[in-house]
Design a protein around this ligand. Structure first.
Ligand SMILES: [Zn+2]
Length: 194
């Protein structure tokens, strides 16, 4: 009941993903659309995703200008500015849904897995690796290596991010869901909580 608006927003996003997969986008997202949306914005949802250049939320969910807020950090690490952006979206823009969107072949996750495997800390990736160390090491602990480990680490990081955001009182009333984007098929699938 409480999340009625958020669940219908989520259904709308998944419908948009269906149009994207079918190569039948509704929105051209050209200059005319940009101009039409320019006076005001009424976004219904935030997608919190990775910086990966292959993950373009507006395309994946077939949204027009003004419909979607997108917060991005490598590996969707919920650091202070990212969380503050989500809080701003909820408080000032009345957004009721946050979709945490992970993806396969995530470079940030791979860097963390590599660091855990070698037990090294590269100063260039130090902060991120530190933030992703826990899901990376848990993924190794739970099974064999290879692509499966990367997939497991990414799913763990999605769930961890959802759990982190869900327990924040500053985001009370906001529905936070986890999802995974398949780079090859374009399909977004929801991730259960465990
Ligand atoms: Zn990534």
């Amino acid at each position: 009941m409480e999340h009625h608006r958020a669940t219908s927003t989520l259904a709308g996003l998944l419908e948009g993903n269906g149009r994207f997969i079918a190569a039948k986008p509704r929105y051209a997202r050209d200059i005319n659309a940009a101009r039409g949306a320019a006076p005001d914005q009424r976004p219904a949802a935030v997608v919190f995703t990775c910086i990966d250049s292959r993950v373009t939320a507006e395309s994946v969910f077939d949204c027009d200008f003004g419909q979607l807020l997108v917060v991005r950090t490598a590996g969707h690490v919920p650091d202070r500015a990212a969380v503050g952006s989500l809080e701003f979206a909820a408080a000032e823009l009345d957004v009721s849904l946050v979709v945490v969107l992970g993806h396969e072949r995530c470079g940030a996750i791979d860097a963390a897995l590599q660091a855990v495997e070698d037990d090294t800390h590269d100063p260039r990736t130090g902060y991120l690796v530190e933030q992703l160390w826990q899901p990376a090491s848990q993924a190794f602990a739970e099974g064999p290596g290879g692509e499966e480990t990367a997939s497991r680490a990414m799913r763990l990081q999605v769930r961890r991010t959802v759990a982190d955001l869900s327990r924040r009182s500053s985001l009370d009333g906001v529905l936070v869901v986890g999802a995974i984007y398949d780079l090859d098929t374009g399909v977004v699938s929801l991730v259960d909580e465990n």
